[in-house]
Design a protein around this ligand. Structure first.
Ligand code: ATP
Ligand code: MG
Ligand code: MG
Length: 612
């Protein structure tokens, strides 16, 4: 909130801006395409888009692609997909924008379209302008070609307590600088032979101002510009230029760039002075998102994938956007989470539970309900008429009529959750001193329970496995007069209500239950190597799950929709199909699901399981 108020003291609406002849508030999200986006990036996405929206401004999408060695087209694709998904269902900035129509920016290819303003931009689009900016600095005597080795440069730079030493090449004549820079560009020299440095102040208390490197030689192909360049600009040089070129008014970035701000301003000022740009952007810092029990750094996430600690970037245990999405956390929950975290300049280590609370809140409101039995125990209704099936029309959501009804069949054979029957006379009872656990209100031999929406049943007999004595099947009686919630006069109310699934129409599926990926709050802090803190039991696979037929029906519909949908701007995901499996938790369809093998991921548990 403090940043919002400090950065926007001059902010007004678009109209007022036009009257005042001021540019609209313009922000940008500038990831480097060297990895998949994670929840930390989600914070930056949310912040940049929210500021632009709040002040009727614009937010640009820019790929900061200045380092060819670590970048890849695969990352570009995933980044755009993730940003579209985080901002899903939000108003675009483009509507009725005359300026956009004039600039021709709205003749965009589909793969460039998204919730951002205008096309996807790339720092590499500005390589020529950045190069010209370098020439300008050389000509004005504020940049020079250095040929100290890396070690020498480090030595000359000095320390926090000692001033640096000027390079012997610092006063190379302008003509020679221009010539050498030209040669660097033409590929005459090998990597590392020369660099272009700004001529600022080798005794500045800020190390970033001790003649920072602006350009280096790198004989490498770039994923966007191919072999056109063999010199590439440094972040500190290219970023303010890209911001200025795009008319960014507020360049929001994380706190580690605070010390770089004087350099950012130094570059921006010179660009304006040289007439190379006509807007001075401002850099404003905010604190990074840190989450307990996980790691938010591309470098570490790459290691998890490369060393196969997880199944991939989109492993539902990963804090990547693709992992979170596959797990079934809705984008609205991520935006809610970012809003609740707020923006400040103080570092914090946030509990993953806060994201789970946000997911629960959003899912509770929007998810349809269904019955699923994770660990089935068969129940046979002995007084039921053969193979006849009765259908119950029940609400999909207890509070939202707009979500409609579903049909739940009932018959002679149903499954209930094994844990909803307490086996007093078997091994379970023995292990509990032949006592029913305190507070247990569900089914016992000789006792009754209500099957939600259907009937009250009584367990008359337990059929056991001959060798283990474990219950295999319950033989039960149904009470027809208790149909659909009715309690006949004079009868005592049955306290326990449980979920169930009719056996002949049940669909089999797999359920994946996830736990934290790490066993400690700050992975690697004590051990030095974060991979040693990986939780070995972070995945539990349940293979005997049964679900009511409406779930299988919905799932097959989604699977076929996904097969037929190729749009990148309106992409449908498996996880868009999510349920509250009653009394169990929230579950979303996994992307590996096929027509013959449905898989669900547990997104989060329920806070409240009917309390029985
Ligand atoms: P990493 O450290 O994971 O490699 P990065 O900062 O190098 O991340 P970029 O691609 O440069 O990744 O990030 C794009 C934007 O996202 C930047 O503005 C950066 O400040 C922001 N960002 C990255 N990580 C976080 C985080 N943990 N919290 C908030 N913002 C973040
Ligand atoms: Mg970066
Ligand atoms: Mg990085």
């Amino acid at each position: 909130a403090t940043i919002l108020s400090t950065t926007t003291t001059t902010a007004t609406t678009t109209q007022q801006h036009q009257q005042l002849n001021r540019p609209p508030i313009t922000t940008r999200f500038p990831p480097e395409p060297n990895g998949y986006l994670h929840l930390g990036h989600a914070k930056a996405v949310s912040f940049n888009f929210a500021v632009a929206r709040a002040y009727h401004g614009r937010c640009h999408m820019r790929l900061d692609d200045t380092n060819p060695s670590k970048e890849d087209e695969e990352y570009v694709k995933s980044i755009l997909e993730d940003v579209r998904w985080i901002q899903r269902d939000m108003e675009p900035f483009d509507e009725n924008d005359d300026e956009m129509a004039e600039s021709g920016d709205n003749d965009m290819k589909e793969e460039e379209m998204g919730p951002w303003y205008g096309p996807v931009r790339k720092t590499s689009d500005y390589f020529h302008r950045i190069y010209n900016a370098a020439i300008y600095l050389i000509q004005s005597g504020e940049a020079y070609i250095d040929e100290l080795s890396m070690e020498e440069m480090r030595e000359y730079r000095g320390t926090l307590t000692e001033p640096g030493k000027e390079s012997p090449y610092r006063n190379r004549p302008i003509e020679e600088n221009l010539q050498l820079f030209q040669q660097m560009k033409e590929g005459v020299h090998p990597d590392g032979k020369y660099v272009l440095r700004a001529k600022i102040d080798m005794s500045s208390p800020n190390l970033n101002l001790r003649d920072p490197v602006l350009y280096r030689i790198k004989h490498e192909s770039h994923q966007a510009t191919g072999d056109e360049w063999c010199i590439y600009p440094m972040y500190d040089f290219s970023h303010p230029i890209a911001d200025a070129v795009e008319g960014i008014t507020h360049s929001l970035c994380t706190l580690e760039f605070e010390d770089h701000r004087p350099l950012y301003d130094w570059v921006a000022e010179r660009m304006v002075k040289g007439g190379l740009v006509d807007c001075t952007p401002r850099q404003i810092e905010f604190s990074r998102l840190n989450l307990k029990y996980t790691v938010l750094s591309k470098r570490k996430l790459i290691k998890l994938v490369e060393e196969s600690h997880v199944t991939g970037w989109d492993d539902p245990r990963m804090p990547t956007i693709s992992g979170i999405r596959r797990r079934g956390v809705p984008p609205l929950a991520i935006r809610l989470f970012c809003e609740r975290m707020g923006i400040s300049k103080s570092d914090s280590n946030i509990d993953f539970g806060i994201l789970e609370d946000c997911a629960r809140e959003v899912l509770d409101e929007n998810c349809v309900r269904a019955f699923a039995i994770l660990d089935p125990l068969k129940v046979t209704i002995t007084n039921w008429d053969g193979s006849s099936i009765e259908e119950f029309e029940v609400p999909r959501h207890p509070k939202r009529d707009d979500l409609g009804d579903r049909t739940v069949p009932f018959g002679k054979s149903v499954y209930i959750e094994r844990s909803d029957f307490f086996d007093l006379d078997g091994p379970e009872g023995e292990a509990n001193n032949n006592k029913v656990p305190a507070g247990f209100k569900r089914l016992l031999a000789g006792d009754k329970v209500r099957l939600k929406y259907a009937y009250v049943i009584r367990c008359d007999e337990v059929v056991r496995d001959a060798s283990t004595n474990e219950p295999m099947e319950l033989l039960c009686t149904v009470f027809p007069e208790t149909r659909a919630g009715a309690t006949p006069e004079g009868e005592a109310r049955v306290k326990g209500i449980i979920q169930w699934v009719e056996a002949t129409s049940a669909a089999k599926c797999q359920v994946m239950q996830y736990d934290r990926l790490f066993t400690v709050e700050e992975p690697g802090k004590e051990s030095g190597d974060f991979t040693t803190d990986i939780n070995k039991d972070s995945l539990k696979v349940m293979t005997n799950v049964v679900v009511e037929p409406s779930v299988a029906f919905d799932a097959l519909k989604v699977i076929s929709q996904i097969r037929n949908n190729s749009s990148s701007s309106d992409k449908i995901y498996h996880s868009d199909l999510a349920y509250q499996f009653e009394r169990s938790g929230y579950y979303a369809l996994d992307s590996t699901s096929t027509v013959s093998n449905l898989v669900f991921n547990r997104v989060v548990t329920l806070k409240d399981a009917w309390n029985v």
